[in-house]
Ligand binder design. Structure first.
Ligand SMILES: Cc1cc2nc3c(=O)[nH]c(=O)nc-3n(C[C@H](O)[C@H](O)[C@H](O)COP(=O)(O)OP(=O)(O)OC[C@H]3O[C@@H](n4cnc5c(N)ncnc54)[C@H](O)[C@@H]3O)c2cc1C
Length: 594
């Protein structure tokens, strides 16, 4: 069934003068004999995160009336994206070319499909990967095409040095970015949100858009299989600052009606129960202990609510959690964890002090490393490094961890990366983080590691021997050590050479000390599966046709199609997935309500 089959004549639906010239009116005709059902707006958007804001801004630009419903307060506008690092995946960008990176859509497609591994009937209309694969094709064209220029026209700019995330490292045809593609936004996450936030606030001023903050959707209203609105509970006002868990005190009921509802409610990253319930056996048993990389509102409730209205959820077992999570010394949300974006010089050991094999090298292969950690039977691992390495190779994910970049001060940011001193936000973790220990000798380091873990799992002699073996390789350009090969590979790339990777040196070199060990926790973050959507963002039912009146975007839709990433992500693709799927759903919903 094509989009046109669902096109709704605005006047035929929004009868009874329910849309005022200004935009919104709740006509409340329900209950009157013979009256058409009440309509409160052309479109309801559930969720004021990036995907919801993009969809709403497209709708307002097309002259539609929109109600944006969110369980959180206005202080949380922008959702997770506000907290994000603002890394965006572009293909063959001017920044890449300036850094002498040769990228192409063909290379990016090979990387994406090698990472995704779409294997759930991608060519069968009812297959879980049917729409996911098509979204991947479309998204790649977007990332290699208008994504950058569209954002640039909206005033978004990027750090000229492109980052190299998720390198894979096992084969040319397998997972990973063959070239650097992670473009950090000037302004980090808030910089990505800004133009859409401004457009939506402008829509509010022009009375095209209205908000219902502290409104929690508990149910979708359906009528003969068509979704016609949402109902739920009004929550008590909250003064909680952005990101801080808010109360769930119910103070009333609400009900809103519109011909189209777009679900942009995010993923399941703060709901450890749902994560464990859907945990894939290929990653071992679900972790008992995890830190949480997202605010508490990423609770996943809307997925089951949308499913109850006929929406199909696919690829539930695909998720993206990190293996380099630190307990935040100043938590904002419950169990707040911060992810380290490392580079190859740190050595990675399991809880018993055995060095991991490739590809457990910082910045290489997130989920394979997670599987390797889970195979050890422990939920944590160790980085062992020294001060020289941490000074240059650690970036902490999050807008609040990168203040220079968040305030768009590129000079201060590059200076903080290029100078030898440990960046201030990293130093705070070294000083105050509960996962860090430092020492001048391996014996002392191991004593502190064991004290931190509350066990005697790590043996100093064994750990030292492994570090010495690695250190013997650092001045060998033909090394057989995969970690050291990784350093050479990094330094072949101009950007990493300048700001991200230290020159090869022995970890035990006293001049590079003190030694540092960091307990790395599993950190929850992204949901790769979700509501299955076609390329217009319409949510599919189990029979492979769109549920009338129901659209989805962002993480709730697995960033498009119910799993555009397949099994593995190339990074910087989540914000981009919100932009692309939010735009597609907003534009399609605008067409459908013309
Ligand atoms: C620290 C951090 C760093 C990140 N860095 C990057 C990066 O560099 N690059 C990248 O690509 N991605 C990054 N991400 C991921 C990216 O930010 C998110 O995947 C994305 O912002 C999700 O946006 P969304 O709009 O789909 O959902 P969300 O931002 O989660 O918004 C969903 C909204 O829906 C509301 N909601 C949910 N259920 C209900 C309900 N029942 N009723 C009413 N409202 C409801 C929630 O309150 C919330 O406001 C990062 C994320 C974090 C947290």
């Amino acid at each position: 069934m094509g989009l046109d089959d669902h096109t709704i004549n605005r006047r035929s639906v929004l009868v009874g003068g329910s849309v005022a010239a200004a935009g919104l009116v709740a006509s409340s005709l329900a209950g009157q004999a013979g009256a058409a059902p009440r309509q409160d707006a052309d479109v309801i958007v559930v969720g004021h995160g990036l995907a919801g804001l993009v969809a709403a801004s497209e709708l307002a630009a097309a002259g539609r009336s929109v109600i944006v419903v969110d369980q959180e307060s206005r202080a949380n506008l922008g959702g997770q994206a506000h907290w994000s690092l603002g890394g965006l995946f572009f293909v063959n960008s001017p920044e890449q070319r300036q850094c002498q990176i040769r990228d192409s859509i063909e290379l990016a497609r090979a990387d994406w499909f090698g990472s995704a591994g779409f294997d759930r009937k991608p060519h069968d209309r009812l297959g879980e990967d049917y729409w996911a694969r098509q979204w991947a094709e479309s998204y790649l064209n977007f990332a290699a095409g208008e994504k950058r220029s569209w954002l640039e026209r909206k005033g978004v700019r990027w750090v000229p040095v492109v980052g190299w995330a998720e390198r894979g490292g096992t084969s040319a045809s397998g997972h990973g970015n063959s070239v650097p593609r992670f473009h950090m936004t000037l302004g980090t996450g808030p910089g990505v949100v800004e133009p859409f936030r401004n457009a939506v606030l402008d829509g509010e001023r022009r009375r095209r858009i209205s908000f219902r903050f502290r409104h929690r959707v508990d149910e979708m209203i359906t009528d003969g299989g068509r979704v016609t609105g949402v109902r739920g509970k009004k929550l008590a006002a909250s003064n909680a600052p952005r990101g801080v868990k808010s109360n769930r005190t119910v103070v009333g009921d609400f009900e809103l009606r519109a011909p189209i509802t777009i679900v942009a409610s995010g993923g399941i990253g703060a709901n450890h129960d749902l994560i464990r319930q859907n945990w894939p056996s290929r990653l071992g048993t679900p972790p008992k202990t995890m830190v949480t990389g997202v605010p508490a509102h990423v609770d996943g409730r809307m997925l089951a609510i949308t499913e109850a209205a006929g929406g199909r959820i696919v690829n539930r077992d695909r998720m993206w959690h990190y293996t380099e999570g630190l307990k935040n010394h100043s938590p904002i949300w419950p169990d707040h964890g911060i992810r380290v974006l490392g580079a190859p010089s740190s050595m990675w050991f399991d809880a018993e002090g055995n060095r991991f094999d490739s590809p457990a090298i910082p910045s290489y292969d997130t989920l394979e490393t997670l599987a390797m950690i889970k195979r050890t039977g422990y939920d944590y691992s160790w980085f062992v490094l020294n001060k020289k390495i941490i000074s240059k190779e650690f970036i902490l994910s999050g807008s609040e961890q990168n203040p220079e970049l968040t305030r768009k001060d590129l000079v201060a940011y590059l200076a903080s990366r290029a100078l030898d001193d440990v960046p201030k936000s990293v130093q705070k973790f070294v000083d105050k983080g509960v996962d860090f220990v430092q020492a001048r000798s391996v014996d002392d380091l191991v004593r502190k590691m064991n004290r931190l873990a509350g066990s005697d799992l790590v043996d100093a002699g064994k750990l030292r021997a492994q570090i010495v073996q690695r250190d013997r390789q650092v001045h060998n350009p033909f090394t057989k050590d995969p970690g050291v090969m990784g350093i050479h590979n990094s330094r072949n790339y101009l950007g990493d050479n300048i700001v991200r990777t230290v020159e090869p040196h022995p970890i035990l070199d006293p001049a590079a000390g003190p030694l540092i060990a960091i307990r790395m926790n599993i950190l929850t973050r992204k949901t790769l599966g979700g509501l299955q959507t076609n390329l217009s963002g319409q949510v599919m039912n189990d029979g492979g046709t769109p549920v009338p009146g129901l659209y989805a975007a962002g993480e709730a839709s697995g960033f498009g199609g119910g799993g555009v990433h397949g099994y593995n992500a190339l990074e910087g693709t989540f914000l981009g997935g919100c932009l692309f799927s939010g735009r597609a759903a907003g534009r399609a919903a605008a067409r459908a309500t013309s």
